[in-house]
Design a protein around this ligand. Structure first.
Ligand SMILES: Cc1ncc(COP(=O)(O)O)c(C=O)c1O
Length: 455
């Protein structure tokens, strides 16, 4: 024990204390007392934190949004075992529901456990063999994410960019595909960072004409904007729950065309120790083809969701309950009606912010229905406005990333919050805060403009 009764590591100063604290944080108190018998007892003292009681919030940013109470209720249901017939029936139902949400007949439609990024990573690591040529058209932050993940998968990545606030024409995409001759085109549909919605009609057919597969990240756009997986010949699509589907983040619906499944099946391996017979040759992917992730190996995940139900991870049951309820909500309302609801409330919000005299960022013709990027007026402190909205009104809106950080506010009208009252309350609160900050806003102009859309 060092002078003053302190543990020697702690006595090294705040740096040592930090290291020790980090280590302690990762151990149970029993492990701590075994491994650090001389530790200062005050470091081990813990208090029982209060129960979770989040402040009431209206989440009107680019997602996550306020979760539909029906989804929360579904997620409070008790667990059943991983292979309980009730559970496997829920899994089958969830697959069928998401086929309808993606508008596909793909048998390989399921959930990847994890946030939307898990779905992206599963798709790309399972499709890309190191060295494969991949084309990534980038029109915002999430295109850069696809590039970064494809690079980590060892792809030979070729990027084409348009300025933030714009989208690609089909001709520009085809020119790039002709030049690069990729195995895979990885494209975002709705890039939340810019709010732009990339038109996809014709893109899949064009990719197939040139021998490429098409992967689409529709996390932000699915169920709020048209998405036609089969009609648009999309090979792989991934999403998340926390935007227009009205759920929390943590589950990534994914769908794969037979063409994509064939590519992944050629890389299939089965973990040793699963089958009664020792692994046969057909259970092991040829050298160099093995998928470089175990958790995100879609061939193994397909085996788990398929008839054989070969064990992989333990399905995140509570997230599956939530994902299933999200899809039920959309399909009960009707997919077209859900998209129309997002269009209507999106138009009302767009009219409302314009009514407040605010300029809208980007090519509005190509904006997603469910989110609008509003330019922060000069002389207004954007973060202070957001903080005031949150603290005084309980309303959250977002800013953006990279070149748009601090330049725009992003206001979402999605999922459970694609509602008239949510739109009007947000506009009324924004007006009040803007006035307090000295912006020349006409009283009632925002809500009046929105009401005209609703009339
Ligand atoms: C288009 C898009 N892709 C991917 C992601 C990443 O999602 P997650 O944070 O759920 O992993 C987001 C999140 O906002 C997104 O908007």
């Amino acid at each position: 024990m060092a002078a003053g009764g302190r543990h020697p590591e702690v006595s090294k100063g705040w740096c040592g204390a930090l290291v020790l604290e980090r280590r302690l944080h990762n151990m149970t108190s029993v492990e701590q007392s075994i491994q650090n018998p001389a530790v200062d007892p005050s470091l081990l003292r813990t208090s029982v934190a209060a129960p979770i009681a989040p402040p009431p919030r209206l989440l009107m940013g680019p997602g996550p949004i306020t979760v539909d109470p029906r989804v929360l209720r579904a997620m409070s249901a008790q667990l059943v075992g991983q292979y309980d017939p009730a559970m496997t029936a829920y899994m089958n139902e969830t697959q069928a529901l998401y086929r309808a949400v993606f508008r596909t007949t793909n048998a390989a439609t399921l959930l990847v456990d994890g946030t939307s990024r898990a779905g992206i990573e599963a798709a790309l690591v399972s499709l890309i063999v190191p060295g494969d040529r991949v084309l990534v058209p980038v029109f915002g932050r999430f295109g850069h994410l696809l590039r970064e993940i494809a690079e980590r998968c060892g792809a030979d990545v070729h990027v084409r960019e348009v300025p933030w606030g714009q989208v690609f024409t089909l001709e520009a995409l085809e020119d790039a595909v002709r030049e690069v001759q990729p195995k895979l085109v990885a494209l975002v549909q709705g890039d939340t960072s810019t709010t732009m919605n990339q038109p996809l009609e014709g893109v899949g057919r064009m990719c197939h004409r040139h021998g490429a597969l098409l992967y689409v990240d529709c996390t932000a756009s699915l169920a709020g904007n048209p998405f036609e997986m089969d009609a648009w010949e999309v090979d792989v699509a991934t999403a998340g729950l926390q935007k227009c589907l009205g759920g929390p983040s943590g589950s990534a619906p994914i769908s794969l065309s037979p063409r994509a499944v064939a590519v992944i099946e050629a890389r299939r391996s089965v973990e040793a120790g699963l089958r009664a017979d020792p692994a046969s040759a057909e259970d092991t992917a040829p050298a160099g083809l093995r998928i470089r992730s175990n958790y995100f190996d879609l061939a193994m995940i397909l085996d788990y969701w398929g008839e054989e139900r070969l064990n992989h991870h333990t399905e995140a049951t509570t997230m599956l309950y939530g994902a299933r309820e999200c899809a039920r909500l959309v399909l009960e309302e009707g997919l077209d009606a859900t998209v129309a609801r997002h269009r209507r409330h999106g138009e009302a919000m767009l009219a409302g912010v314009r009514g407040l005299g605010l300029a809208v960022f980007g090519d509005v013709e190509h904006k997603m229905h469910n989110v609008v990027a509003v330019e922060i007026p000069s002389g207004i402190d954007g973060d202070a406005v957001r903080a005031e909205l949150l603290h005084d009104y309980g309303i959250e809106i977002g800013t953006s990333f990279g070149p748009l950080a601090g330049r725009v506010w992003r206001i979402g009208t999605m999922g459970y919050n694609a509602r008239k009252d949510a739109v009007l309350v947000t506009l009324a609160a924004l007006e009040q805060v803007l006035r307090r900050h000295g912006a020349p806003v006409e009283a009632g102009a925002g809500t009046a403009a929105a009401q005209e859309v609703y009339a």
